[in-house]
Design a protein around this ligand. Sequence first.
Ligand code: HEC
Length: 123
Amino acid sequence: MPILVFDLPITKWMLLPILCVMTFKITANEVSEVDDAEQNGRTLYIQKGCYSCHGYEGQGGIISGPKIAPNPLPVDVFITRVRWPVADMPAYSGRVLKDKELLDIYRYLQTVPLPPELNMLSE
Ligand code: HEC
């Protein structure tokens, strides 16, 4: 019988590190998934040719294409503009760019940092 009484706290304490490890693993997986999407998005952005008109960071070109990052359009508008462009941009159908790939590109564009404030540059 003393074994049972002794057993209980040990079991509880043994659970704690297991829970900690599990929580850490879940968090780590979420983080790496986001990073994968961003990485994949950057690769696709170049592979699919977006960079050639919109610049490597989505900054846009004088005549080739408008700025699309930082602060990309809301995701539904973004998808519409890529699938059904309004003027000269070639349309990217689901056959050449899957929904998941387009969302990864969007994820990448979301991570493009804002430029520094003008007043910071003059200091
Ligand atoms: C051949 C040049 C070219 C390529 C390649 C290109 N775009 Fe564009 N893009 C444009 C031009 C020009 C516009 C301006 C509107 C139009 O012509 O449809 C535009 C518009 C956009 C817009 C809407 C911007 C706004 O503010 O309305 C988005 C979003 C966009 N492009 C994303 C992409 C993505 C993502 C890719 C790659 C999958 C890509 N573009 C590839 C030329 C290009």
